[in-house]
Design a protein around this ligand. Structure first.
Ligand code: ZN
Ligand code: FE
Length: 246
């Protein structure tokens, strides 16, 4: 599986459940983090194969397909757990209850905590300037975005705008493998976009080889992702409603 090493902070997708990704983070000293452990066993295997150390679990939001493996991993490896302070009541026990704007130390590196309501009220994203790496959870997917389960179009549009303002070379590490379905929707809107067709073809090849289609680069998402191309809240809201029925 591809290993992305950037300024000595590496990040790697770990397939979990049917279409979730957890993300294994490791720094030059072996400090190891795991983002969104949907289930414990495959996450524990990935940790064991990477040195057997798990220091920190980073949670983006409270849904079971992002947190269900947390307590078992904590018990097995002694990892600390970080998540949004706003969702303390519905997340696993937090050692680091994070407010938007906080900095979370991950070994020798630091993640900025970005408020990204929309999919859920307390959703947060983590951004490492070292990398740069964006752990986007269920806010931003390749060619798509999360469903508005708790938030408003205004909130989600604002969240996507905050993420889109990050450096274009950022690796976008998202919570699900939804790229092929998202590509079909995006192509229905812009059937003649050659860059979009190329991305859809590349993603299809990767899936055929049982490889992840992510991470992608934020600059590519800003060019191709219909939800990042929406110019205002009304356009975004229409697009999201259209995708929900697609
Ligand atoms: Zn979710
Ligand atoms: Fe999810």
């Amino acid at each position: 599986m591809r290993l992305y090493t950037l300024n000595m902070l590496s990040v790697r997708p770990i397939p979990l459940l049917a279409d979730n990704y957890g993300w294994l983070l490791q720094d030059e000293a072996g400090f190891t983090g795991f983002v969104d452990p949907a289930e414990a066993e495959p996450a524990a295997s990935a940790v064991a194969a990477s040195g057997g150390r798990l220091d920190l679990i980073l949670l983006t939001h409270h849904h079971a397909d992002h947190v269900a493996g947390t307590d078992a991993l904590r018990a097995r490896f002694g990892a600390k757990v970080a998540g949004a302070v706003a969702d303390t009541h519905r997340l696993p026990h937090l050692d680091h209850a994070l407010a938007p704007g906080a900095q979370l130390a991950v070994g020798r590196h630091a993640a900025a905590v970005i408020d990204t309501p929309g999919h859920t009220r307390g959703h947060i994203a983590y951004f490492f300037a070292d990398g740069p790496i964006l752990l986007a959870g269920d806010t931003l997917f390749s060619l798509g975005c999360g469903r508005l389960i708790e938030g408003t179009p205004e909130e989600m549009f604002g969240s996507l705008r905050r993420l889109a303002a990050l450096p274009g070379e950022s690796l976008v590490c998202c919570g699900h493998e939804y790229t092929l379905a998202n590509a079909r929707f995006a192509l229905s809107l812009r059937p003649n976009d050659t860059a979009l067709k190329a991305r859809a073809g590349q993603a299809a090849q990767r899936r055929a080889a049982a490889e992840p289609t992510v991470p992608t680069r934020l600059a590519e998402e800003c060019r191709l992702n219909p939800f990042l191309l929406a110019r205002d809240v009304a356009e975004f809201a229409d697009l999201r409603a259209h995708k929900d029925r697609f």
